[in-house]
Design a protein around this ligand. Structure first.
Ligand SMILES: C[S@@+](CC[C@H](N)C(=O)[O-])C[C@H]1O[C@@H](n2cnc3c(N)ncnc32)[C@H](O)[C@@H]1O
Length: 225
């Protein structure tokens, strides 16, 4: 399968996974998420407070709820309208969220700029060869001094047990099944701190990296160059 096909297969997988996504992610409620992921949220919440935030690959809107409570405006985007529909069903008290369908590989066509671009559990799905295109798009969306915030997962037991292989460009591709019988080849990379810094450095200064070992998550931030 070539890289373009893997990008499309990942998109198709998450479209079909919407009914089970929150359960798979253990996202039971906004309140539980705030407690569980509080140690990570506290690291970036000051960076989004009162800001205009663009969220990439918002999925079913769990992080959108976290952002909406702190930001002035959130434009929450995903390429799958099924995910956006599920996100719209989540309670959002603040009335400051706009949902839009948008492809993370065509961000430059949005013709808008934000204070912050945020993406959770997305970087790991981007093929290594597509990172410059994706990060170039993020750069286009940030106003001068704006910040990119990425959160994602570190390798943990469930992933280590998945059937997976490495493709020609070094992407880790896992073979995933859904309860409806669907079977998909999904890129799920676990980049090192050095790889993350190297990929972001053409686009950002003041790069900050943090790992929370207990939560098996990393956080990467950088300021628009
Ligand atoms: C691992 S989920 C993360 C969702 C959400 N951020 C979360 O943490 O629950 C990946 C998301 O990427 C979305 N996606 C897949 N391909 C995409 C693309 N090309 N552009 C934007 N979003 C995409 C999927 O629809 C899915 O919602």
């Amino acid at each position: 399968m070539d890289t373009r096909d893997l990008i499309d297969e990942m998109t198709a997988y998450y479209d079909r996974r919407v009914p089970w996504h929150d359960e798979y992610m253990s996202f039971r409620s906004d309140a539980e998420m705030e407690i569980l992921l509080g140690p990570i949220i506290s690291l970036f919440e000051q960076n989004i407070r009162g800001k205009e935030v663009m969220e990439i690959a918002c999925g079913t809107g769990n992080w959108t709820q976290v952002l909406a409570k702190r930001a002035r405006l959130v434009v929450a985007t995903d390429v799958n309208s099924s995910a956006i529909a599920a996100a719209k069903r989540k309670p959002l008290a603040s009335g400051n969220v706009v949902f839009e369908v948008a492809d993370a590989y065509s961000l430059e066509s949005m013709n808008r700029v934000f204070d912050v671009v945020f993406a959770a559990d997305w970087w790991s799905h981007v093929p290594r060869s597509a990172l410059p295109k994706f990060l170039g798009g993020v750069h286009c969306l940030l106003r001068a001094g704006g910040q990119a915030i990425f959160l994602d997962m570190m390798m943990k037991e469930g992933f280590a047990q998945e059937k997976a292989y490495f493709d020609d460009e070094g992407n880790r591709v896992s073979i995933r099944a859904l309860p409806d019988g669907g079977r998909f080849h999904v890129i799920k990379n676990f980049p090192t701190e050095g790889e993350l810094r190297e990929a972001l450095s053409p686009f950002a200064d003041d790069i900050f990296y943090y790992e929370h070992d207990g939560l098996r998550r990393w956080l990467l931030t950088g300021t628009h160059k």
